[in-house]
Design a protein around this ligand. Sequence first.
Ligand code: ADP
Length: 608
Amino acid sequence: MNRRQGLVYAALLLACFLISVSAAWTTLGTQFDNDVYDFLFRVHPARPSEPAATVLGIDEQTLRTTRGGLRSIRPILAAAAPKIAAANPKAVVVDLILADTGLDAAEDAALEAAFRTLPNLVLATDLAGGEWEEPIEPLRRVAKAVGHVHSLPDPYDNVVRKIPLERISSGNRRHFALALEAFRLAEGAEITESPESLEIGRVELRTSREQGRPLWIRYRSPESTVPVVTIHELHGDPAAAAKLSGRVVFLGITAQSAAQDRHMTPYSFGQTMPGVEIHANAYDTLARRDFLTPASNTFELSVCVLLAATAGVIFAVFPGWRAYLLAALLLVTVHLAPSIAFRMGVILPYAPLLSAAWLSIVFAASYQYFFVRRMLDRSEAEKERYQRAIHFVAHEMRTPLTAIQGSSELMGRYRLTDEKRNEMARMINSESKRLARMIQTFLDVERLTEGQMELKREPFDPSEVIDLSLERARPLAERKQIRLDLGVLDSAVVQGDRELMEYAVYNLINNAIKYSPAETVVTVSGERRDGQFTLAVSDQGIGMDEQELKSIFHKFYRTKRAEASGEVGTGIGLSIVDQIVTHHGGRMEVSSRPGAGSRFAMILPVEA
Ligand code: ADP
């Protein structure tokens, strides 16, 4: 691959990377990643451990057995408080919005008195219309903290995978999540903040303020869920109270009919979980310090770039099956990576990695396939041209050889007159010279190409070269009834090999005559301007198209029109001309139109 092809290859790989990353960030990609996350979540469940929280639910039965049902929430809480306090929990979180006053002052007073007995009480608040609905002041006073109840259901599938540890109202008032406040109190620690992390005592959470400090909830598996006790059970069953002891109690509505904040979780398979249980799981995640952290965008993008680059290198460097084997290994790695990362607590999205790897591999493989094919086609074509040229040369050589053979045989067999004998000797001599010249030309091309040919460096006048070549070509032109004209002819001094230059100029004139019909004009000119000598040969012949112009200096190349013209040729001449001109520090310029003629110009540097 040359530099340009390399750049194109790299640019296309970059495009693969961009396409894959943008595809991964579409709704489809995001949903795919969500599903994979849930799958991994179930495949790699949280480490088994003693639950740190217990849900104390106000369920259907509790409501049914209470006068007033849902309207009697405050009496229900007040009645349960002494039982809870007696069980000696670490903290009590009340996941109910107590923002308005009760039916009568006595009810509120009773609740306040009951709450006073609870250790580390956390009350709930939520954002409504941009502002916080805080608990009424008397209750607020007895609480150790107030935490918010918000979770972050996914906008696409409504599954709650994380909660925001921090929410800020439009009035710029901030609350931490219920679970975090409970954790702080249970740990007896302070919260230290930085834009990228939260520290609660010795626990550090890498969660950025800019993203609302998300906490990925490590839900307990269905085999060891957060225990749920109902208030009804608490009143009747002493074993139920034991489940509260030493734990953080999350008190809230679990009744299907009454809890509005029910959501899906990665475990739920369509079943919803009441909000209070979600918060208890969030607390449990904190207490177990079992954190999942998403890979940063920079990391994710770097991995995708790396994948595209690796795919590119694999197919550019390794041949055949080796490249496919390595690509397969790369794919296996990519498919396993998110699972391995998940076990280490890192959420690595599947969609961008997968699409980057697949797209780049498919692209790189097909590019290399077609690239190699093209090279093969080209070399096949070159071989064919070479064979044709050899064939032609062999054929050309046969003519002088036959003449030499015939003459020498005649001379040996018969007594010939001196005159006849001399004539034959002359013929043998000239034909062998022609043969030698042909062989020489062929060898010269090879040597010129390989840079082995020594170039003479002597001053000569290109106008003289033109004159001489014109004279040599004149008989040829006359035979084809073509007029040979001389245009401007300046004198100049060029440093180089006069003989080679003559060969080159003669070749151009010869081609012009060869590829032109009768009754046309071939014009040769030599003009000196701005330290350059432009030697041009123009004809009114068959011409060439744009595409052909690109190849005429390649060895053995002949245009279709030239082949069809019936003129024999090898396709070598111009390649030699080009070499000679290049060796003289000059360059070739060709303009041509099919059917309208061509102009070949050598531009040579001249001595001042
Ligand atoms: P050839 O032995 O075929 O003449 P050259 O190397 O001299 O080989 O030229 C290469 C090809 O360039 C020719 O076969 C012909 O197709 C094309 N060509 C060269 N000179 C002319 C011209 N004056 N007009 C049209 N085609 C030309």
